[in-house]
Design a binder for this molecule. Sequence first.
Ligand code: C5P
Length: 237
Amino acid sequence: MPNHHLAFALDFPSLADARPYFTLSKHIRFAKIGLELFCREGPTVVQQVADAGFHVFLDLKLHDIPATVERAVDNLATLGIHLLTVHTFGGPTMLSRAVQAAQKSGTTQIVGVTVLTSLDTTDLSCLGIDRAVADQTERLAKMAWQAGVRAFVCSPKEVAHLRSTLGSDALLITPGIRPAAAATQDQKRVATPASAIADGADILVVGRPIRDAQDPEAATLNILAQINQSLASKTIP
Ligand code: C5P
């Protein structure tokens, strides 16, 4: 059975580059399709990734007026996507319309993106937000929760706090994962699979540590072992 605590980021320029990794679907439940691949290949890539056996996590970070986002979600949901990101900064009406459109599909769940990890306090201040990143993240997450959003992308640094703020019903998805002893690449806030799970993450997004490994399947199995060990120690009282 593929492990539903792991999402492999298909950060590839084209479907042809991604395809050799499709066999990982026997171990990994989710594949994340981002803007790079979707803008090149369009909806076809969603079908191909689903046909390979993954549940599709489409990371388009939608942000527009409520009616436009609702219609986009309507269209995307017909593709059989399991997880679809939207910017919580789009506000309560946009979020609730996105959630309602996704619920009609019966398959798609809306995932809220709060403050991008590329933004710091100075950037927020430039946007007219004079608040710490952590406070803004919590504010957006609570607002999105009120609008019906139940899944969130958050950094390893935020996951414990969001878990305690939102409770056990929230689905928390965490990128910035590096297996112990791996290079951090350009990720500034990294965590090991074990610590992210211990802090309350449900799904870990991993890209380069698998994509760039000499043996991607072995790298995947190593990460899964770390996830399973952490889950096992969580359930022991
Ligand atoms: O290669 P790596 O494991 O860093 O890939 C992480 C994936 O998660 C990439 O697709 C990246 O765009 C995404 N992501 C991230 N940090 C965020 C949000 C998304 O790294 N804050």
